[in-house]
Design a protein around this ligand. Structure first.
Ligand code: C2E
Ligand code: MG
Ligand code: MG
Length: 662
């Protein structure tokens, strides 16, 4: 019973379902009222009686006015988008009541007429009542509560009246109408159930669609942005460049691209771990973003690579980009505190602007990248503006990179040795191992032309090991001649390097006391802690470490002491200008005096004549190296030379007492 009564209950708890019902039946309401008016008019025409004006004209006229007003009202509510949910609920409630009231009013009027009508008119009226009920229920089909209430009220009143009217002769009609009503009610209930299910499934579909859209938006965001910094990534930058490329022709000098690569970031990663590296990247991104103006797009295009797209529709993109590059370079170079470490990196920036028609947006990115590469190889920490000549240089470097790999496999490399002599006696104290590439099919290259490429690509690790191993095997049998081996910064910061050195020494039987490493000054400045630790570790095993190319950087001699170096090697550029009473002589003498005061041995590099050698000797320099004493030479030449200097020199375990010119 309760379930049955529930069918007649108006449930307005679901706002979406309310609106769907409202939208569905409100479109039929003007039609319904039109039917009611025309049916009433038809009755009025057939039942008109000038003696019964109130019943046959005024009452139906009043009903028709009400119906027409309601019909117009509904017509105006065709568009439900401006009606609030609360209003919809209110209209539903009102319709539910009004539908019953209108039904009763029409029925009342019909019953009134019925009593005064002849047989023909009576059949008209029952027909009118039956059809009016059917059309009302039919038009309210999607509004179950209203439809069922109308059906119930009209059927009940019809059955009640016509069961006794006309002495029960209308019972057959009553029965038929009841059957039709029950049928309509069943259909209405089923239809409403399907209608509610449809709305529910539409709602689920819409929710799923919204979820899918949200997911695909999230996917898009992930695909086009860098998760670490939240900046647009390379893909996003490329798609922006493509959009610019597909758009209107760009005015000359209206677009510029900066390509930024951090200097020394790999070292931070190696020495402080990836977490510190990530924190540093986030910090750099934040600071770069703060300095990039609104009309620029900053993207992270690689691990430590960034690009800035600068649009200047009015022109002058190149100049603006240059000023921005300068600001960014200064910002990047500031030290930052990461996980209780003060970290410092630098930046190399390449710049390209669309000054010529061939410089399409994507091409600009390539050009800026090439320019950055040039800035990097020209000494880092610089800004380079693209020049077509850079392309050639880059292609050449790429070719060399490939050749180094194949050259190592094919045994194209060898090691030469340059004697280092005792300044006082002229005796060869040690030899510096210098890498050579005589077997290169395209012709030999000097280390200056390929070492930094090998460093940038990581190929320095196998190359460096090759030199160390070969030199230990070559120099090992030469008495107690010492060996000096150059170590590049990349090797020095590789945690595996110390282990590899120990392994080579073990395999070759080379005494650690005879081995010295040379590292360049540039590395000290960026990695002081790491250098101190590595130098200590090597010293603990009996090796020594020299600072190479001293005088090309900014390290003070006093500062050097704390690193634990045993030797410094004065760079050739200091020796070049060496002449009596020259400024260079003062400088070199001062440096040597200071170094001696700090117990550091001094080796002078690039000594090319006797004047330089004498000045250095007089200044107290301990060892000399240069063409004046011997160029880098193959092992056989070094051995032959030592033989000429005296038979005792190469006796196994014997004391080398090589003397050279000068
Ligand atoms: P470096 O370690 O400073 O080596 C000295 C360079 O000066 C050598 O050039 C040597 O040939 C040159 N030199 C020596 N005496 C004179 C002189 O009197 N006059 C002139 N004009 N030059 C002189 P090289 O062999 O071309 O090496 C250049 C640089 O390449 C080296 O500078 C070193 O930094 C690097 N290098 C060479 N071999 C290796 C290696 O096996 N590993 C690493 N990591 N670097 C190496
Ligand atoms: Mg050296
Ligand atoms: Mg040097």
């Amino acid at each position: 019973m309760r379930a049955f009564l529930d069918l007649f209950r108006l449930d307005i708890s679901d706002a979406e379902l309310n609106r769907a019902k409202f939208r569905s039946f409100s479109r039929h309401m003007p039609l319904l009222y039109g039917i009611l008016v025309s049916n009433a008019a038809a009755i009025v025409i057939t039942a008109f009686d000038s003696g019964q004006i109130v019943m046959t004209v005024l009452t139906p006229l009043l009903l028709c006015v009400i119906a027409t007003t309601r019909g117009i009202w509904w017509w105006r509510r065709r568009d439900d988008t401006r009606i609030s949910d609360a209003q919809v609920a209110y209209y539903l409630r009102r319709t539910c009541t009004l539908a019953v009231v209108m039904t009763l009013m029409y029925e009342g009027w019909c019953v009134w007429l019925y009593q005064e009508a002849d047989t023909f008119m009576r059949s008209n009226l029952t027909f009118f009542l039956g059809l009016t009920e059917v059309s009302t229920v039919f038009c309210l089909m999607t509004f179950r509560a209203a439809a069922l209430r109308v059906a119930l009220v009209s059927t009940f009143s019809f059955a009640f009246y016509f069961s006794w009217a006309d002495g029960g002769r209308m019972l057959a009609q009553t029965f038929v109408l009841c059957c039709v009503s029950v049928g309509m009610m069943v259909v209405t209930i089923n239809y409403n159930r399907s209608f509610a299910e449809l709305i529910q499934s539409q709602r689920i579909l819409r929710l799923r669609q919204r979820e899918t859209e949200k997911l695909s938006e999230e996917n898009r965001r992930i695909a086009f942005s860098d998760p670490l910094s939240g900046l647009p990534n390379r893909r996003e930058l490329l798609s922006r460049l493509d959009r610019l490329e597909a758009g209107d022709q760009l005015a000359p000098d209206s677009l510029a691209v900066l390509f930024i690569d951090l200097d020394g970031f790999k070292a931070v990663n190696d020495e402080h771990g990836h977490q510190a590296g990530d924190a540093l990247i986030r910090n750099v991104c934040l600071r770069l973003r703060q300095h990039c103006p609104a009309h620029t797009v900053l993207a992270r295009v690689g691990g430590d690579e960034f690009a800035v797209l600068l649009e200047a529709p009015g022109g002058g993109a190149g100049t603006q980009a240059r000023a921005l590059a300068q600001r960014l370079l200064e910002e990047i170079a500031l030290p930052v505190m990461v996980e209780r470490h003060v970290l410092q990196v630098g930046g190399s920036i390449g710049l390209a602007a669309n000054s010529d028609p061939a410089a399409r947006p994507r091409e600009l990115l390539r050009r800026a990248d090439t320019a950055m590469y040039h800035a990097k190889t020209a000494g880092k920490g610089q800004i380079a503006v693209y020049d077509p000549g850079f392309d050639e240089g880059r292609l050449r470097r790429l070719a060399i990179e490939a050749e180094i790999g194949s050259g190592l496999n094919r045994g194209e490399f060898s090691v030469h040795y340059q004697p280092i002599v005792e300044a006082r006696t002229g005796r060869i104290a040690s030899a510096e191992a210098l890498l050579r590439w005589p077997g290169r099919p395209e012709g030999p290259l000097s280390p200056d032309q390929f070492i930094d490429i090998a460093e940038a690509t990581g190929q320095i690790h196998p190359l460096g090991l090759f030199v160390l191993e070969r030199a230990c095997r070559d120099i090992g049998p030469l008495g107690d001649l010492k060996l000096s081996v150059n170590v590049s910064p990349a090797q020095f910061r590789d945690p595996a390097f110390e282990r590899q050195v120990a392994q080579v020494l073990k395999q070759t039987g080379f005494a650690p006391e005879r081995l010295q490493f040379e590292i360049t000054e540039g590395y000290l400045l960026s990695n002081p802690e790491r250098v101190v630790r590595a130098v200590e570790a090597f010293k603990a095993q009996g090796m020594s470490v020299a600072l190479d190319d001293f005088g090309t950087g900014f390290t003070s001699i006093h500062y050097l002491r704390s690193y634990g170096f045993s030797h410094i090697k004065l760079d050739k550029s200091l020796i070049d200008g060496l002449a009596p009473d020259s400024k260079a002589a003062l400088l070199v003498t001062g440096a040597i005096t200071l170094a001696c005061g700090l117990d550091l041995q001094v080796i002078a590099e690039g000594v090319e004549n006797e004047i330089q050698a004498n000045l250095l000797r007089a200044a107290g320099c301990h060892e000399l190296q240069g063409y004046h004493f011997g160029r880098p030479m193959p092992l056989d030449d070094l051995v032959a030379r030592s033989r000429r200097a005296g038979p005792a020199s190469l006796a196994a375990g014997g004391q080398p007492s090589l003397r050279v010119a000068g």
